[in-house]
Ligand binder design. Structure first.
Ligand SMILES: [Zn+2]
Length: 151
């Protein structure tokens, strides 16, 4: 985030981080999806949240929904869905930061376990400024309903 650092002058790093978090984070979601677990061929389904700090371009919600559909149709692996969405956004939008949070229930876990309903499996992917900026991650996760946890 060179532009922020260069233009922030006397701001401390955390003040600059707060500024970034307050002013420029775009968070979209939940975007529901249903897919098939590549390992077990059982369904898994859940929601995707996408956060990013645009550089020059933004994605409308419909484009993000299409992106989620693209990587969740047919067989998929939950961890890979987040990585593919994040890396595609980096490639196309060249944003300052991308965060993808995926929460899902896996029927394969449910079938094996004693629980009536599978627990949520949660994965996060961070790119760019999110990797360095704890305040940004916390704000993103809070918007996803995860509270202040940073994992
Ligand atoms: Zn599975």
């Amino acid at each position: 985030m060179k532009a922020i650092q260069n233009s922030s002058g006397s701001l401390t790093p955390s003040a600059a981080a707060d500024l970034t978090a307050r002013l420029s984070q775009i968070i979209e979601g939940p975007i529901p999806f249903a897919s098939l677990c590549e390992h077990h061929a059982f369904p898994f389904y859940g929601r995707v949240y996408i956060g990013y700090i645009p550089h020059e371009h933004i994605f409308g919600l419909s484009k993000l929904v299409r992106l989620v559909r693209l990587y969740t149709r047919r067989f998929a692996v939950q961890e890979r869905i987040g990585r593919q969405i994040a890396d595609t956004m980096v490639e196309i939008l060249q944003p300052h930061a991308v965060a993808v949070y995926v929460t899902a229930r896996h029927m394969c876990i449910q079938m094996r376990g004693v629980r009536a309903v599978a627990p949520h499996t949660r994965t996060t992917v961070w790119r760019g400024e999110y990797e360095r900026n704890r305040a940004l991650r916390a704000e993103f996760l809070a918007a996803c309903g995860v509270g202040q946890r940073t994992a």
